[in-house]
Write a protein that binds this ligand. Structure first.
Ligand code: CA
Length: 726
């Protein structure tokens, strides 16, 4: 073709129709994107695209955007080391699924090619990111980073962020990304497990450094389903954002207006359903508006309460706490929740209470008439009017609150309203339907039922029978051991949830093992032991054995360990023989020991102190020991370490009750010389135990306002507990 004809042909194609190009390989994709013009569409063929770093770059127009999409929406998978960057104008990406891999960089989807090369007026919609985590739990990345201006992120499905780093962030780190007017709407933010350190937020908008800059980001009609992560579900760190119409379902943490001014939080529904540490809205800074929100069954306390208005720091540095000024808290319904905190965090540093702020038309209802309103400083700078509480006998604030008897009734939107009086949230408040978020073609996760969902497998007594049963068991199966002796020659790798129990409670199974560990919980595994006798007497004659340990490799999935009615003995062939050892980079949602006995152990029963770098990382969220007996233990019943000074985690939590300890903690290798040693534990409940001839309980508080209850214990030949603060 002559040059003139080529030019003509190009002009013709622009004028007539946009091109749609289906590509079947990365090479074909690279070719197709070279010549993208406004209105064009690139279609990724169905199938797996492995190790594909997609750069989608072009200049579309409002009428004729450039589109990247999937041939079929649930059949295009980006796997291995893959990611997506958008750069240019008026781009649309839809229908991709990221799974079975992770990004090789620090972001899965970025609205930029590089610093200074941003996407604007662009949209990512109906994209799935499913457990696309870095293999190392402690390694940082962010799944979605929004840069540029006027972008939209909608109807996406993000579930199972397991490694360090917020799920999604809006960045304001250059003028091209400030005052961005982004929209984040109709996304399904699926379950995010407890991270066990700072950096587990689901959404962060801005950073403290740019927090006095306006973002103008709207976060609307998103569903936050069990977004646990850490204490902040959303951390707003910029100005003029709007949070509207979102549902927070059984999510531990709060929507926090951490930095920045002039934000609006309205028409959101928080359904805590009495799950521990579920919270609502935390207010800091100037000219914030919190109105018409519905907050139900939120159990969180302190900064994690249903509604928290903070004290500020006079002349605060940008990364501390600005005083609450000129803010409005109105027409919110706070029902069957545990804490509303005013002037929260008041201390020597945070000495500036809220000023010129209105608190009006709010409804606080607890059927039992309990007062949940706490005042931590002078609140004369808050003007209270027309607030109602349900028959609270003694309120800390009298003016602006009326206490009266009310009855609640469910309205057609499923929410509770008082009969006969108009107060609290609007009766027409629309409750977002979960099915209106994310995509219809990718299932949303149900309840987490990990144990006892499968079939029962019988294991006869003798050698190798248990090992064979474990090898063939599926997730949720129950292995029933015949009565008598089981000898295990290899370490049993538990990488699925399994229950192992005696078939007959009258004739218990007993287990001996010949390796350094009987069980190793690996990624994806959880273990429940019931009605067994476990002896260490045939374990190898070396130091440092464990009955159970976690993988030495980082585990992305939190595990659970439950031990009920188990007798453990003879962990004494050599020194430092633990019942359970948690390795670094692994995290338990809970460890529960009940009705069990432990005797003659040269190490610790639970050793949870390998995260020793003081980075706020720890090994287990809940550790619960009830109705158990411990005798002749050289180490501790539990050694739990949570170093570091950040206040981003609810845990660890520790309970010991109904236990008897006889000769615990005096071994010369037990560094703490404690029977129970807890450092940096946030909630401690030690009650109704008997300590005989044992070393003391030693508690060290490091950060936050830990709640320690140590009551009703008997100490015989045992010093009283020692509690100190670092
Ligand atoms: Ca945080």
């Amino acid at each position: 073709m002559k040059p003139l004809l080529i030019v003509l042909a190009c002009l013709l194609s622009v004028a007539t129709h946009a091109r749609e190009t289906i590509v079947r390989s990365q090479a074909e994709y690279q070719e197709a994107v070279k010549t993208l013009r406004a209105g064009d569409t690139v279609v990724l063929a169905n199938g797996e695209w492995r190790d594909f770093e997609v750069l989608f770059k072009g200049e579309g127009t409002a009428e004729r955007p450039i589109t990247l999409t999937a041939e079929t929406k649930d059949q295009v998978f980006l796997t291995g080391q893959s990611n997506l960057r958008l750069a240019g104008e008026y781009l649309v990406v839809s229908g991709l699924v990221f799974k079975n891999g992770h990004s090789p960089t620090d972001v899965v989807i970025a609205f930029r090619e590089a610093q200074g090369e941003y996407a604007n007026n662009s949209r990512v919609t109906k994209v799935v990111i499913d457990r696309f985590n870095k293999p190392e739990r402690a390694e940082f990345d962010v799944w979605v980073m929004m840069y540029g201006k006027n972008n939209r992120f909608d109807h996406n499905h993000l579930v199972g962020k397991g490694n360090q780093g917020v799920t999604m962030a809006v960045r304001l780190d250059s003028a091209q990304s400030q005052e961005n007017h982004h929209r984040i709407d109709h996304n399904y933010f699926g379950p995010r497990q407890t991270l066990g350190s700072n950096g587990g937020e689901t959404l962060r908008i801005g950073t403290s450094h740019y927090s006095l800059t306006n973002s103008f980001t709207t976060v609307e009609n998103n569903y936050f389903d069990r977004c646990d992560g850490e204490v902040e579900i959303i951390s707003s760190k910029s100005g003029r954002n709007v949070f509207r119409g979102n549902v927070f379902f059984e999510s531990r943490g709060t929507l926090t207006l951490r930095h920045g001014n002039d934000n609006v939080v309205e028409g959101n529904v928080f359904l805590g359903n009495h799950v521990e540490h579920t919270g609502g809205i935390r207010v800091i800074n100037k000219r914030q508006t919190v109105r018409n929100n519905y907050l139900f069954g939120l159990t969180g306390h302190r900064f994690g309460g249903a509604l928290v208005i903070m004290n500020g720091v006079p002349n605060s540095p940008i990364n501390r706490y600005h005083q609450v000024e000129d803010s409005v808290i109105e027409n919110n319904s706070i029902i069957e929740s545990s804490h509303v905190e005013l002037a929260a965090g008041a201390d020597k540093e945070r000495s500036a209470p809220p000023i010129r702020t209105r608190f009006t038309g709010n409804l606080i209802y607890n059927a039992n008439g309990r007062n949940i309103l706490a005042v931590h400083d002078d609140v004369s700078g808050i003007q209270f009017a027309r607030n109602f509480v349900h028959k609270v006998a003694k309120l800390p604030i009298s003016a602006g609150f009326s206490s009266r008897e009310m009855k609640l009734q469910k309205a057609s939107n499923g929410l509770l309203y008082p009969i006969g009086v108009n107060m609290g949230a609007n009766r027409k408040l629309a409750v977002l339907d979960k099915d209106a978020t994310g995509v219809a073609w990718y299932p949303k996760p149900g309840r987490d039922e990990r144990f006892d969902t499968g079939t029962t497998i019988a294991a006869l007594a003798g050698a190798d029978s248990l090992a064979k049963a474990v090898a063939r068991a599926q997730a949720g199966d129950i292995i029933e051991l015949a009565g008598g002796a089981h000898v295990v020659e290899r370490t049993l790798i538990i990488d699925r949830p399994l229950t192992i129990r005696s078939a007959d409670t009258a004739r218990r199974a007993s287990i001996e093992f010949a390796r350094n560990a009987l069980f190793e919980i690996a990624d994806g595994g959880s273990l429940k032991l019931i009605g067994l006798d476990i002896s260490g007497k045939t374990a190898p004659d070396v130091a440092g054995n464990s009955v159970i340990r976690t993988s030495r490799y980082s585990m992305l999935n939190n595990y659970v360990l439950e031990v009920d009615d188990v007798a453990v003995s003879h962990l004494d062939v050599n020194h430092s023989f633990n019942f359970f050892t948690a390795a670094k980079g692994t995290f338990a949602d809970h460890i529960r020991i009940s009705r069990s006995t432990f005797s003659d152990i040269t190490g610790h029963v639970l050793f949870l102190s390998n995260e020793s770098e003081d980075l706020g990382i720890y090994s287990a969220e809940y550790i619960t020991i009830t109705d158990s007996k411990f005798a002749n233990i050289e180490g501790t019943v539990a050694d739990v370490y949570r170093g570091g000074t950040d206040e981003s985690t609810f845990g660890p939590h520790f309970e010991l009750s109904g236990a008897s300890l006889q000769s615990v903690g005096s071994g010369k290798r037990n560094k703490s010389q404690a029977s129970v040693r807890l450092l940096g534990v946030q909630a401690i409940d030690i009650h109704n135990n008997t300590f005989s001839d044992s070393r003391p309980v030693r508690v060290t508080h490091t950060v936050g306002e830990p709640v320690s209850t140590i009551v009703g214990n008997h100490y015989v030949g045992t010093p009283a507990p020692e509690v100190d603060t670092l």
